[in-house]
Design a protein around this ligand. Sequence first.
Ligand code: DON
Length: 308
Amino acid sequence: MATVINNTMLDAILADVRPLIGRGKVADYIPALACIPGNKLGIAISTVDGQHYSAGDAHERFSIQSISKVLSLIVAMNHYKEEEIWQRVGKDPSGQPFNSLLQLEMEQGIPRNPFINAGALVVCDMLQGRLSAPRQRMLEIVRKLSGKTDISYDAVVARSELDHSARNAAIAWLMKSFGNFHHDVATVLQNYFHYCSLKMSCSELARTFLFLADRGRAPHLTSPVITPLQTRQVNALMATSGMYQNAGEFAWRVGLPAKSGVGGGIVAIVPQEMAIAVWSPELDDAGNSLAGIAALEKLTRQLGYSVY
Ligand code: DON
């Protein structure tokens, strides 16, 4: 239970996993991320009963990258009917790298799930259709959920992604060729890159995603972010697809719904209990934070948490 957690225990977990730093690789396919020091390490927890814990670099902001894919899905859920979303994107794990084109060609331009790049791009295409200012709207939502009005996009990271966007552009154009992408590719890519470039700290991420541990309700907001059913659905998608081709390995080791980003962040949810965010920029072969996973594994073992 939440009462056994304290900052000292989190400090000890970080000390345990720190020797892993040096074994992974900071993402360099987005050049603006390549210069982030690999020795950053942070963890933060927000609990549904109002406690906040943190250790290490928990208050330093970093590029949340694919963690933003959860937020864009939430916004789409607020603006589209269930069937409108799920006829354009699947709910199954891909078992492939997050930026793969393989299945997309074989499966007629319908991405396997909203957390691979193809799926997130379809979701961003949907947002372009229903929001007058998708980038501004995302900032408003993140600021409201985190309670921090100065959270913003990192223009340098967004620009760096645009300069190296061949693969994401290919994904979007391939989906357009199948009729599953309706708006201007360049505009939607720009929105997607901006979402990925959001800069947040572990502490802010844990607060922001607490609604996924509390049946769709953020403690400081009067109206729910999503319904309890949608919350279950998002957590199920995170559990099956949030860690890409290593979703099974992650379920084995950590046992929680989670979403990673190539900035080295991971958000994990203990339903009805807490949201956890970790950050360590060095990644494993699947593009997930190597020491971050190890920290989550130690934490869940110590607390006896797992959804399985
Ligand atoms: O589009 C990309 O490749 C990046 N902006 C996001 C990829 C990512 O974070 C995958 N996560 N582990």
